[in-house]
Design a protein around this ligand. Structure first.
Ligand SMILES: [Zn+2]
Length: 134
């Protein structure tokens, strides 16, 4: 099952998702650089008809935030997550950082599934992933 990371709260209904401003923190520069490279080189998984936007409202062109969900076969994240880590200094969970630093090769998942909890938490995003199962 894919683990979802890098989705942000949109409404008060999805308060389980974080606000990226609350995730700003310190990482060693080498770790941050490798993490950005890892995120940016994810494998395209699901494409959308529109681009994301930066929740820090930094002025980056939305086309640079991307319109894909990327994966490594274990995790799935929005294409723009690398921007948050690099430009806004957010810190991702230790579990993901350890995984990303492990050197494990990325691979496409053989089946697209998310946990029920993840699907419930991410609402329509989970629906779009589950919709790709057939
Ligand atoms: Zn930004």
């Amino acid at each position: 099952m894919l683990k979802v990371i890098g989705l942000w709260i949109n409404t008060l209904v999805d308060q389980q998702l974080p606000v990226p401003q609350e995730l700003v923190g310190v990482l060693p520069s080498e770790v941050r650089t490798r993490l950005v490279d890892y995120l940016a080189s994810g494998l395209p998984l699901v494409g959308y008809r529109g681009c994301s936007w930066c929740r820090f409202a930094c002025g980056i062109d939305s086309s640079k935030m991307g319109s894909w969900d990327l994966t490594d076969g274990i995790w799935v994240w929005p294409e723009g997550l690398a921007h948050y880590v690099e430009a806004h200094r957010i810190v991702l969970p230790d579990e993901f950082i350890t995984h990303a630093m492990s050197g494990r090769a990325k691979q496409r998942p053989t089946a697209l599934k998310t946990t029920q909890a993840t699907t419930r938490n991410i609402g329509c995003v989970g629906a779009r992933l589950d919709g790709c199962l057939q």
